[in-house]
Ligand binder design. Sequence first.
Ligand code: ATP
Ligand code: MG
Length: 440
Amino acid sequence: MRLSKYFLPVSKDVPADAAIASHQLMLRAGMVRQNGAGIYSWLPLGHRVLRKIEQIVREEMNRAGAVEMLMPTLQQADLWRESGRYDDYGAEMLRITDRHERDMLYGPTNEELITDVFRSFVKSYRQLPLNLYHIQWKFRDEIRPRFGVMRGREFLMKDAYSFDIDAEAARRSYQKMFCAYLNAFDRMGLTAIPMKADPGPIGGDLSHEFIILADTGESAVFCDKALLDIPAPGADLDFDSDLTAEMEKRTQYYAATDEKHDEAAFEALPKEQQVAARGIEVGHIFYFGTKYSEPMNASIQTSEGDKALIHGGSYGIGVSRLVGGIIEASHDYKGIIWPDAVAPFDVGLISLRPKDDAVATACEEAYVALTEAGLDVLYDERDERPGAKFATMELIGLPWQMTIGPKGVEKGVVELKRRETGETSELPLAEALAMIKGGR
Ligand code: ATP
Ligand code: MG
């Protein structure tokens, strides 16, 4: 992509109403534009990151056996009356009336809708287990939308719903999601710690929030330091195997958000193991048994021919929140530092003197070579001061910067810089290309 043909409205000014780094950087880097409180347009650069995160989530959900679909944002109120949540949900639900005076709402979540889909089509235990998910915009009329996309009103969520014949089978579905989440966050360059969360009406131990540590996080969190160093299960994990041990690797250690915090248990840890920090909730998984199947009468036939209510779980990931969360975890005073897997482009190519024919030719050659190697390149060929070009590249935080100027052209080299470390080397184009490919 040539920068002159792109749409990247960057700004030097720190926006006055943005309180935290990720919000400031997203506005300055031209990633989003606020439309109303907690409602944003995703500008091209932000949109690229959002789609990358979404794709990682999708791949990890698929790997764990979940099946993608898409439900609407607008829902009929009737289903929510069946579950009893139309009245219970409160002011966070945006209620709408259509021209026929029918009550509708902008979905804050989809348990009712998916339960209705399920009960309409699934009648036998043979069709289980089933896990259906979608990646769709949600609306919650948050009382205090803030921190940019981190607590928006309209936000993108991946929500998955599992259906099982009994509690034991539901536990296995839960474990799959637990492991899939670890892999998904790991691929985004994040250490997300599963923390015991409020289990809701049925109790039990099957509710975890996945938290990344950040000083600007909204929740106070407490955990054992050991949790920061356990590697994710990885792509080789067999999701059809028993995942209890994989889960227990983590659940054996203390970890809880302030709501579930047990001061005595935490204080019992050796001092150097105690991590008391702030965190951002990027995901939440939850087993709720027959909470929806009972009022909505979603039952199936068992192998004995009886009827049984299905046991459900729901599993959310804040896709748009993650964009902000990743920036909170990875930035410096100059700008964003994108982890490779979610970067909007892999390489920023900077021409130091676009009007110099030899430089322009070398840049074109590099642009073609990088692109043909399968890399996404943002090529700054504009006639601008080098200082401004560098500042923009640092701000938008692409993992690699390749700079080409008259001196390098004479020597037959390009300058390659890794954004994360600031390390710079001068080397021939082919070697630079190999270094970028090797670093991915
Ligand atoms: P929170 O405690 O942050 O309000 P929640 O517990 O209400 O979130 P869930 O219903 O568990 O959220 O939703 C699943 C995920 O969606 C959360 O883990 C979070 O990452 C994301 N999410 C929830 N609310 C918002 C929001 N207002 N803006 C952006 N992302 C959100
Ligand atoms: Mg939650």
